[in-house]
Design a protein around this ligand. Structure first.
Ligand SMILES: [Fe+2]
Ligand SMILES: [Fe+2]
Length: 206
């Protein structure tokens, strides 16, 4: 059975949440003095720009929200207005992350620290945004939309994947997510083990 449009968006939230965890981990490592590989910062940005913003927020803004407006949810002053405002706030934070990541890739070593603050602002914003969509807006959508309207949206989402994103892009971004997560979290694990070894040596009797 084809998943409903709102369940597709909920699944995309899970992928975005995974990358928010990865983004937080990199920000934490930078704050602890680690120097990230430039391609980690650019890879995270590519995923957040293309998957989270262009594709996922695009489906919400261009397709789901207009359909909810047709069903009587106002665009101004209600949950749709809040969601649109938060998408814009996210874009402003992504721009700041991109400026810092570009400066870092060009050799400005301390620019990584300038990346960490907007990155943490972004993860906080998006987690709360996703929570509101999952538990308020999508619940309203699931009550308002008929099965036929959910199917109509699903077909339109497929079109976005093919025409706006390009065939194969979704799969490529999922592979990017998997490879970034395994690099970032294996680095975190290595740091944890090495600090445990350090601590162990610290308490070992002479
Ligand atoms: Fe959204
Ligand atoms: Fe969303």
């Amino acid at each position: 059975m084809t998943p409903t449009a709102t369940s597709t968006l909920r699944n995309e939230h899970e992928a975005i949440l995974k990358m928010l965890d990865a983004t937080d981990e990199v920000a934490k490592q930078i704050e602890c003095g680690s120097v990230p590989e430039p391609e980690i910062l650019s890879g995270l940005l590519e995923f957040l720009r293309l998957f989270a913003d262009r594709c996922h927020h695009g489906k919400e803004e261009d397709l789901l929200f207009p359909m909810l407006e047709k069903k009587g949810l106002p665009r101004q002053g209600g949950p749709i207005a809040v969601m649109l405002m938060e998408h814009d706030q996210g874009r402003a934070l992504i721009r700041k992350m991109a400026e810092a990541a570009e400066a870092f890739a060009a050799g400005d070593a301390i620019a990584a620290k300038r990346w960490a603050a907007p990155a943490q602002g972004y993860t906080q914003l998006l987690r709360s945004h996703i929570d509101k969509e999952n538990n308020i807006l999508f619940v309203m959508a699931e009550q308002l939309l008929s099965d036929a309207e959910q199917s109509e949206l699903s077909v339109a989402f497929e079109k976005v994947e093919l025409e706006k994103m390009g065939a194969g892009t979704h799969e490529r971004l999922h592979k990017l997510m998997d490879s970034l997560c395994s690099r970032i979290f294996s680095e975190a694990q290595t740091n944890k083990v090495s600090s445990q070894i350090h601590d162990g040596f610290g308490v070992r009797p002479a």
